[in-house]
Ligand binder design. Sequence first.
Ligand code: AMP
Ligand code: FE
Ligand code: FE
Ligand code: ZN
Length: 272
Amino acid sequence: MRIDLHTHSSRSDGTDTPTELVEAAKAASLDVVALTDHDTTAGWDEAAIAGERFGVTVVPGAELSCRLNGIQIHLLGYRFDRAEPEFARERNLLRDDRERRAELIVQRCRELGAPITWERVRQIAGDASIGRPHVASALVEAGVVASVDEAFSSDWLADGGRAYVDKYALDPYRALELLRASGGVAVFAHPAAGRRGRIVTDDQIADLAKAGLRGIEVDHVDHDAAARDRIRGLAGELGLVPTGSSDYHGGRKTVRIGQNTTAPEAYEALFA
Ligand code: AMP
Ligand code: FE
Ligand code: FE
Ligand code: ZN
């Protein structure tokens, strides 16, 4: 069984439609793929239909933007009831604030001399839960930077970078409670991805584990071998299920779908 529990479609900052993403999962010989767009479940129905068509088990999920003591963290939520009103309302708030903030980021980029427009960024995002990668694509298109990765330098979009603007994010304890109340399972995404900004301490992860966190991403492209060993050890200590996943974003990142995978026993334990 090949299992990838973290991917993004064009409903957030990936470039594949949910159908194309499931087709790519099939082509990569995956048996299970989770769709975890940022703060939205808009791709679930299309992905489910594609799952039937291509014979791939689709796990519906979302990657929730959270902030803990000023540190941005991402929680992956799986198989929750998306109709649960309080959680649905929070996802709406998260998406609405992404719009406000993306427009401000574009404004800052323009003030810094980048010839991009809000209209174009909105067009690139389409119906997506908008994010910095859409602005990054506009910066690449305008020839300001050579790649999406370069757009995430401190000159532009990186956390604390010149064009950076904060967005609304959930308290992770509230996110865990919303997930619990809607029947979902929570996994800490890329906890040691230091390249993206500050990371939380082992003690903070231990506290989240006590509050209902079920799993933690070990094998992720932004974790080097030392980080993987460390997080795997921590998972063992805290009784968290270790997962692995690609964090596939289609053409916006170089990572391939299925590049990292979750062991079948871990998958079973997560959804038992
Ligand atoms: P946002 O959700 O708008 O704050 O943007 C965060 C997203 O940007 C992440 O989900 C990644 O897809 C992408 N991202 C963050 N840091 C980097 C980076 N250093 N290089 C490329 N993409 C990044
Ligand atoms: Fe992303
Ligand atoms: Fe993430
Ligand atoms: Zn992700």
